[in-house]
Design a protein around this ligand. Structure first.
Ligand SMILES: Nc1ncnc2c1ncn2[C@@H]1O[C@H](COP(=O)(O)OP(=O)(O)OP(=O)(O)O)[C@@H](O)[C@H]1O
Ligand SMILES: [Mg+2]
Length: 341
């Protein structure tokens, strides 16, 4: 069962760079907040949103598409998809859609306990015009949806065989989600570890959507040369796809590359950082937030939970980092440590 804990006052005070008592004062008379022995314990997402919007009015009013991609496997794509989505869920009450496009279905298993049943429709059926959005979209918690995957998505690229399909099918999907759930919805997509037509159609779709849409590629990096090479190829591929479809002129896709399991005490992490910033593309897209290595990541995935589902996980460095990264993706720039300085 997908579940995330509401925001604690201490988190909000750090985010807004105000004292904890200022936060307590702000929500003093609000019945919707949770209290224990008269002490403020947590603040629900709708109130967090209103509070953050006072200083960052544009944070939550945009349709946002976030592709999570690296062409190398095991770099933290599914972990990032899950936890960026969960961070969003705690920050606001707007619709959230997880899309699992990886036929291995790890995201579906974590969020829903299992992949989509083999005889039920997935994105393959939607792109083949055999299923509608309603057939594949499931609500897993309030205003939180998933499009689950199954091994049938191993054939996904067959539905995107030509330039026409690549140009139209991703746009249709995103436009349908937008008209069903509203233009302040956050869509996050876990892609398989390869250069795929699914990646191409979504990049092309994002570029064709109007300027009011926030377009993000979140690119997790593991601390080794192989994953860094994967990131370089992804950067090149995005440039090439846009060039092929003549969409390169003024694309506003932001690539955010980030270390997904960083430990600055370990030489390999520091070496990887040095190697990554030697690449001009990665240097330009590298996030100031690195996700620190945390044993809670593995523990929570094993329990089919997010880093925000239990008090124990919430204390982890990785949960704090995913929250900071998500704030960054949403254009919130207050109260964040520059971890590489
Ligand atoms: N910050 C972290 N700290 C510790 N372990 C981590 C961290 N981030 C990811 N991992 C671990 O790295 C492994 C790979 O993560 P994940 O499954 O998210 O990668 P992936 O890119 O989705 O893999 P695949 O290509 O197989 O889909 C997992 O075992 C996960 O628990
Ligand atoms: Mg994965």
């Amino acid at each position: 069962m997908y579940n995330v804990l509401s925001m604690r006052p201490s988190e909000l005070s750090k985010m807004k760079e105000v004292s904890r008592s200022a936060v307590t004062q702000r929500f003093k008379n609000n019945e919707a907040c949770e209290r224990f022995q008269n002490r403020l314990v947590s603040i629900p997402p709708n109130l967090v949103r209103e509070y953050l919007e006072e200083t960052n009015p544009d944070m939550f009013n945009k349709f946002t598409v976030c592709l999570v991609s690296n062409i190398v496997g095991g770099v933290g794509k599914t972990t990032a998809t899950l936890n960026i989505g969960a961070s969003f869920r705690r920050l606001c009450d707007k619709p959230l859609v997880y899309i699992d496009l990886d036929s291995q279905s790890n995201l579906s298993q974590t969020i829903s306990g299992k992949p989509q049943d083999f005889d039920k429709p997935v994105m393959f059926d939607y792109f083949s015009n055999q299923a509608s959005l309603d057939d594949i979209l499931e609500e897993v918690a309030e205003n939180t949806y998933i499009i689950r995957s199954s091994l049938n998505n191993a054939y996904l690229d067959r539905t995107l065989g030509g330039a026409k399909e690549i140009k139209t099918k991703g746009v249709k999907l995103l436009e349908e989600i937008k008209s069903k759930l509203g233009d302040d919805c956050f869509v996050i997509i876990d892609l398989p570890p390869q250069i795929s037509s699914a990646l191409n159609t979504l990049v092309v779709a994002m570029s064709q959507m109007d300027g009011d849409v926030r377009k993000i590629i979140a690119n997790p990096l593991r601390s080794d040369s192989f994953a860094i090479s994967g990131s370089k190829i992804l950067h090149n591929e995005v440039t090439e796809i846009l060039d092929t479809f003549n969409l390169d002129a003024n694309t506003d896709i932001e690539i955010h590359t980030f270390f997904s399991s960083f430990d600055r005490r370990i030489k390999s992490s520091n070496d990887a950082y040095k190697e990554a910033v030697e690449s001009p593309e990665i240097r330009k897209s590298l996030s100031s937030v690195a996700i620190r290595y945390s044993s809670e990541v593995v523990k929570t995935l094993n329990k089919h939970e997010t880093l925000f589902s239990s008090k124990q996980a919430l204390k982890s460095t990785a949960s704090q980092d995913y929250m900071d990264l998500t704030l960054n993706l949403l254009g919130f720039n207050q109260g964040q440590a520059e971890r590489f300085q």
